[in-house]
Design a protein around this ligand. Structure first.
Ligand code: MIG
Length: 672
């Protein structure tokens, strides 16, 4: 059961699709008060209570004990003390003495103090006292976690389902500079027989980093190039950045201004900030007309044969504004004459660092929304069309959500037109808010080639599923820093269970395509396992999406009564049949695994199942050679395996073998 409580006059974030009447009277859990303009909700935490949720955040699956801030950030420093990442997913589940779900529907800054200041207190603070709180009360004693997660998803709407090919392997890198670079990736994978379904195109493909352009010098015949790759089962997936280059004669820029669809400054002029293309303007994605207009632009690439996109820089990231740069230079002025002692040096650096993603810059521009939607967030009187301006900072966390929404809604509309013969497109975004899960997936942004980031990705994927984002994955091998062969192998061995299966790295780092390393056949074997599992993974994904379930989830969701299982932070259930327990420690020969029920341990090696062993419930040290994948099939269940193929389109879904309990039944769900 869901109970809604409304405080003040909230902004309608459009995260919720099921309209429910607000309750009056006492909150079912905790209490709320206003303090200094903010809304503060607190509730006691008891010994043993756990807190799940909060989507894309740092640290464990059980988040209790730390503090997080919903404030979408371009944050490449993903360390354990980082409190804000690219998305804001204000949904959590308290599990313990009292078990319930809480969704804090608020478009701006929210702080979640999960027993950080006081171990026995959960405290949520929204920046202003205008918010909707949704409490989800489980009706049944057992299965409460799944029930809460499902109720929540009924509230916020069905999750996005990508096309099947999006479950294939994707090779990406920031720095593929031209068609020849991409052709090399394609041909080398095919030559080695390593399956591949897509190659991402990073900002390098554009002309001067201009959205919806393809540099003709780098791609002389782009349409034909797309067609050649597609014929061989490889799709190109271009990036779209939020910022649009300010340049006379560039139609996207000129239209945005002439149609008045840009975010504006207080004086009504278009807000400008520097990003990759230099000075840029930003579509007002909170204005439905702007959202739709920008979404229509994807057609320019769809027409060339593109079927998938990734939306980047949509927190939005702001490298600089002219106004702030001026302030920064004037603050630095004094250092020209003053000798730089240590204190001065650090002050100098901190001033210089305030150029990027500056809080004042986010306060300096506005969106146009209907007065009704804006509630107490209106920053101007209604105009003749009953629209008001809303300050960006107050609704900051909705920007990426609405960029993604605009793209998918426009592409859906295009497909509804019978003359368009494209399939469902792939779309995933860096920035998001709950609600965006209806329109696309997310990737977890700029991680590092750190061993700990394998574990981090497992934990983020579990939490993102609770927020409705089922199509997720991390940059395999790590985005920042130089990867190593062993790290990439271990990462691949885990990521092959995650929907988005993409190797991506930053410009200037060591090249990390599978063939850059010794014995690429070790990677081939793992990627072949992925392809064998695609029918299973897709089928389980569909079941979760259609039934408002979780594709990937912590053990606690299926073994609520087992305290040991509930405390596991480094194993994950994938669909209803598989448990993954990745190795994420350098030079480890294996790892400890807890089996909450009897399971079949499966070892995949050299492109096939090398061993299967039934194990009783209990604790194990499981040896996992570097070139093997070990996973577990749950009690009285079996997992279908197809014969690997070079791309998803070539998989035979009918000729299946099974791992696990051969006498069990498996229901394979398929769609177009
Ligand atoms: O400022 O497009 O997260 O995946 O390769 C960096 C270049 C911009 C950030 C994305 C990353 C992408 C990179 N982008």
């Amino acid at each position: 059961m869901v109970k809604k409580f409304t405080f003040g006059k909230p902004f309608d974030t459009e995260a919720v699709v099921q309209k429910i009447e607000a309750s009056k009277g006492k909150l079912p859990f905790g209490s709320a008060k206003k303090a200094g303009g903010a809304l503060v909700w607190t509730c006691p935490l008891f010994d043993g209570d756990k807190i799940f949720g909060l989507g894309e955040t740092m640290r464990g699956i059980d988040k209790r004990g730390y503090v997080f801030k919903s404030n979408n950030s371009d944050q490449p420093n993903q360390t354990e003390t980082t409190q804000s990442l690219y998305g804001s997913h204000n949904f959590l589940i308290v599990f313990g003495k009292k078990t319930f779900g809480l969704f804090v529907d608020y478009p701006g800054l929210v702080e979640f103090d999960l027993g950080f200041s006081k171990s026995g207190e959960l405290k949520v603070t929204t920046q202003t006292a205008n918010a909707d709180l949704y409490f989800i009360l489980p009706q049944k004693k057992s299965g409460a976690l799944k029930e809460i997660a499902r109720e929540f998803r009924t509230l916020v709407g069905k999750s996005y389902v990508p096309p099947k090919w999006a479950f294939g392997f994707c090779q990406s890198r920031w720095g593929y500079a031209c068609a020849a670079d991409i052709e090399k990736v394609w041909k080398t994978y095919r030559k080695l027989g390593i399956p591949l379904d897509s190659i991402c195109m990073d900002i390098d493909y554009m002309e001067d980093y201009k959205d919806f352009t393809v540099d003709k010098k780098k791609f002389p015949d782009f349409k034909n190039f797309c067609a050649r790759l597609k014929k061989d089962g490889v799709r190109l997936v271009p990036i779209i950045d939020a910022g649009v280059k300010k340049q006379k004669g560039y139609s996207v820029y000129e239209e945005m201004l002439s149609k008045k669809l840009a975010c504006v400054k207080k004086d009504g002029s278009a807000f400008e900030a520097g990003v990759w293309p230099g000075d840029s303007v930003f579509a007002d994605f909170l204005n439905p007309a702007a959202r739709d207009w920008f979404g229509q632009k994807y057609k320019l690439l769809l027409d060339a044969g593109i079927e998938g996109f990734w939306n980047d820089m949509n927190e939005p990231a702001l490298f600089y504004t002219k106004e702030n740069l001026r302030k920064v230079f004037s603050r630095l002025e004094k250092f020209k004459t003053k000798p730089l002692d240590a204190t001065g040096l650090f002050e100098f650096m901190s001033i210089a660092n305030s150029v990027c993603n500056n809080a004042d810059d986010y306060k300096s521009f506005y969106h146009k929304v209907s007065a009704k939607r804006a509630g107490a967030f209106a920053a101007s009187k209604p105009d003749k069309d009953k629209n008001v301006l809303v300050n960006h900072a107050a609704v900051h966390n909705l920007y990426g959500f609405n960029m993604t929404r605009g793209a998918m809604e426009a592409m859906d509309a295009l497909r509804a037109d019978a003359s368009q013969k494209t399939g469902r497109p792939l779309l995933y975004s860096r920035s998001s808010y709950i609600g965006a899960h209806r329109y696309g997936g997310v990737w977890t942004g700029d991680n590092h080639s750190y061993w700990g980031d394998i574990l981090l990705s497992l934990q983020q994927i579990a939490s993102l599923n609770m927020a409705g984002f089922l199509y997720t994955g991390s940059d395999i091998g790590g985005f920042n820093g130089d990867t190593s062969r062993d790290l990439l192998l271990r990462w691949t061995a885990f990521a092959l269970f995650t929907p988005l299966f993409r190797n991506h790295s930053a410009r200037g780092t060591r090249e990390q395509e599978c063939y850059q390393f010794e014995k690429p056949e070790a990677f081939k074997s793992m990627i072949e396992l992925r392809y064998s599992l695609v029918p299973y993974l897709y089928s389980e994904f569909l079941k979760a999406a259609q039934g408002d379930g979780l594709f990937a989830r912590p053990l606690a969701f299926d073994f609520e009564g087992d305290a040991r299982a509930c405390a596991v932070n480094d194993q994950i259930l994938i669909g209803n049949e598989i448990m993954a327990a990745p190795v994420y420690v350098q030079n480890a020969i294996g790892r400890h695994v807890y089996l909450p029920e009897p399971m079949t341990m499966v070892e995949w090696k050299g492109g096939k199942i090398a061993a299967q062993k039934k194990l009783p419930k209990g604790d194990y040290f499981v040896e996992v050679p570097l070139e093997s994948v070990v996973f577990f099939v749950r009690n009285k269940k079996k997992v279908p395996l197809a014969r690997p193929a070079q791309c998803v389109d070539k998989l035979d879904w009918k000729r299946l073998s099974f791992a696990g309990d051969q006498s069990a039944a498996y229901e394979l769900v398929d769609c177009d």
